[in-house]
Write a protein that binds this ligand. Structure first.
Ligand code: PLP
Length: 359
């Protein structure tokens, strides 16, 4: 027995888990500062934690009405029809549903380079082909409609990430509209807004309401601190609504996650605190890290440290875990997620010490 030809399929390289690194280095997990996966350093929304506890005794039944409740709530919040809300196990799961619904075998998707690894992976799982458009480092990874359209060749889905992982650059609303205008009628522009809450940009959901060729991805993993529950969604054009029940896994999201999602939406204090702290940390990293950084709209900063793998290793031995961006095609950089004030200061001190020794 062997699988189908998977030679084109890359393995997703996640930032390493805190327990894993602690075990390897002989630290206690609390002694480490983990700023490698753009997680919420303040933990989950406390209201969400309570909702998970309350949901636990009833996980013997399927989460039918919970799905509907969260979908209705999100539809209301974004001013779209419930059928347009494609809830899934993480933004990653929502990408799978979108590709499953849109791609005929051999159809293409266009993705940014550098960019988030799961776009091409998911497209290939669904028998799609992948092409890339470059984000030019010399232009600070600027995202323009023209830059994407130069590479565009009739692909079925064009992926845009704003704020972009791992560079932090953003695509203005007018550019997304121009991009959608410049592509064929059958092409969907998906704007991944996993990090939008950390930006000054209000996001592009209005384009989903106005047009038939723009979709927006959101996640509960970042600002709401629910990465471990796996909850995300894509807002799709109303013409695609019929497709969701035809492609989704029955009861795609688990009950504690659905209840936690509803509770987290109400937890404005937690969101405010998270955003305020991320903005502080981002500014601190820009100002105090002894390495060139790029402006970022996300809860992370990309820094040019000369040798990403070496700096990652040396910082890790001192208890600070950042993301070596070699797998993104940026081997001379690391990406540092925003932390608490204490965690950020410690990360900067350790990274600056490492950089100093390497000079
Ligand atoms: C750009 C981008 N999109 C989507 C995701 C998926 O997030 P999740 O599957 O946790 O919702 C991530 C996660 O890091 C990301 O960086």
């Amino acid at each position: 027995m062997r699988p189908r030809d998977l030679s084109d399929h890359a393995v997703y390289e996640a930032g390493r888990g805190i327990e894993e690194v602690a075990r390897e280095l002989g630290f206690e997990p609390e002694e480490l500062v983990k700023l490698s996966s753009n997680e919420n350093p303040h933990g989950p929304s406390p209201r969400a934690v309570e909702a998970v506890r309350e949901a636990a005794p009833s996980v013997n039944t399927y989460p039918k009405s919970d799905h509907t409740d969260l979908i209705d709530r999100l539809a209301d919040r974004h001013g779209v029809d419930p059928a347009q809300v494609w809830l899934a196990s993480g933004g990653d799961g929502a990408l799978d549903y979108l590709h499953r619904a849109l791609l005929d075998p051999g159809e293409g998707v266009l993705v940014p380079d550098p960019g988030f690894a799961y776009y091409p992976m998911s497209a290939r799982f669904h028998h799609g082909t992948v092409s890339t458009y470059p984000l030019d480092r010399e232009a600070d990874f600027e995202q323009t409609a023209e830059g994407v359209l130069d590479a565009y060749d009739g692909e079925r889905v064009v992926h845009v990430t704003s704020p972009h992982n791992p560079t932090g650059s953003e695509m203005p609303r007018a550019a997304v509209a121009r991009l959608a205008e410049g592509t064929d009628e059958g092409t969907l522009v998906l704007v991944d807004e996993a990090y939008v809450e950390f930006s000054d940009d209000p996001g592009k959901v209005d384009l989903v309401r106005e047009r038939e060729d723009v979709a927006v991805l959101r996640t509960f993993s970042k600002v709401y601190g629910l990465a471990g529950l796996r909850l995300g969604y894509i807002l799709t054009p109303d013409t695609l609504g019929e497709a969701y029940p035809r492609v989704n896994t029955p009861f795609a999201v688990n009950k504690p996650a659905l209840r936690a999602g509803l509770a987290a939406l109400d937890d404005e204090d937690h969101v405010e605190r998270t955003v305020e702290s991320a903005r502080w940390s981002r500014a601190y990293l820009h100002e105090h890290l002894d390495a060139p950084t790029w402006p970022s709209g996300g809860n992370f900063v990309l820094a040019d440290v000369g040798d990403g793998a070496a700096v990652f290793e040396a910082a890790k031995r001192r208890g600070v875990i950042v993301r070596d961006t070699t797998s993104f095609g940026l081997p001379d950089c690391v990406r540092v997620s925003t932390g608490t004030r204490e965690g950020t200061r410690r990360a900067v001190e350790v990274l600056n010490g490492v950089l100093d020794e390497r000079r």
